[in-house]
Structure formats: C-alpha cells, structure tokens
Ligand binder design. Sequence first.
Ligand SMILES: [Zn+2]
Ligand SMILES: [Zn+2]
Length: 53
Amino acid sequence: MECSSCRIKITNQDGAVNFKCPKCGKFEMVRCETCRKTVAKYTCPECGFTGPN
Ligand SMILES: [Zn+2]
Ligand SMILES: [Zn+2]
C-alpha cells in the first residue's frame, strides 16, 4: 500500500487513512499521516476527482 499523494510506502497504519473516492467510489485512496497534515492533493485515476476539497 502506498500513499496516493506522495507515493510513500505505508507500512505502519497509524495516522494513515484509506477511503473510496468520494466521487466515483471505485478507487481506493490512501493517505499517509504527512499528507493528511499538510492537506496534500490527491487525484483519482478513475474519474479525475481531485481532493481533499
Ligand atoms: Zn503521503
Ligand atoms: Zn474517482
């Protein structure tokens, strides 16, 4: 599993989250603790949705 934003390998789940794309619900996003804190952008490869906003 790797972060959808920065591609860091997530080995420790603490602080990391994974969730389905809020738009298409097909792709599972993964965000590491760092990207959550910095509110880094992610893009769904299925529908092009860009979050977190
Ligand atoms: Zn990250
Ligand atoms: Zn999507």
